[in-house]
Design a protein around this ligand. Sequence first.
Ligand code: SF4
Length: 315
Amino acid sequence: MKYKHLFGPVVSRRLGLSLGVDIVPYKYCSLNCVYCEVSRTTHLTIKRKAFYSTKDITRELDDFLSTNPALDYITFSGAGEPTLNSNLGDIIAYIKSRYPQYKLALITNSTLLSDPEVRREILACDLMLPSLDAVSDECFELINRPHDKLSAQDLIDGLVELRREYKGLIWLEIFIVPGINDHLEEIELLKTAIEQIKPDTVQINSLDRPGAEEWVEPAIYLALEEIKNILQEESNIPVEIIAKAHVEGLITKTEQDYISELTELIRQEEYTKEELARAMQIHVNEVSKLLQHLAVKDNVIAKRRQKGTFYLWKK
Ligand code: SF4
């Protein structure tokens, strides 16, 4: 069966072996983060919609899970904000009733958590991975470029309410963009917000792959350690750095392997992103990121043809 909503399972730093479930169309999001590793948001919205029939999604899950695969998590994530799907609660309830042996995780940008209905729908998840990158409106605007009806305070209020109502694990992610939210004033504001939210863990992240905007750079590891120390001081909430130590020009072995594999393919003939995703058995978003990486080095050409956009190696 060809999957439209499932990807992986992928091995991730935080979740182990995780099956991704993508339930919103490409780049429907309430934020347009400068560091987004998918791309710029094309549909900036806070309006929830069904987007797809629940049956289409559960049919794929039934097919994949019928062999009882070993997984650490089934994770709602993908190329947009999962809580924008108004059928999220039904999909969660379906998985929990049919496949109670699997743990469910939700990666969210926190923007819709101030809506009690959204919080009610997601309570059955085992793990929440919400984000909060800024507290001041200035930093929030600069990093997250939100829908105009959103403020950073909405995210904090929603997270505080979620903690009150939800008994599972909350791992709060803070993405550091050097030059914007890495100064002491903002870190102190984040520290105060963390004390109100009371997550189980705070995870500090930074750029690993090319972001939506070219000027975004990875934070230096020492700076992340400094931030960790400030957040940790006189706090009993654990803080960890999940960003990779970044050395100029160094790519992780796994990512380098994928790049070599993709290079090998497009050196021989031209492919669409979808064909590459199938050949390499990865999600099409991952192919986009790898192509972006090669494009930065000017190694790849995109050609528009009647049947779509094809990619080939630049001779
Ligand atoms: S990083 Fe997440 S929240 Fe930010 S624009 Fe990308 S998909 Fe949306």
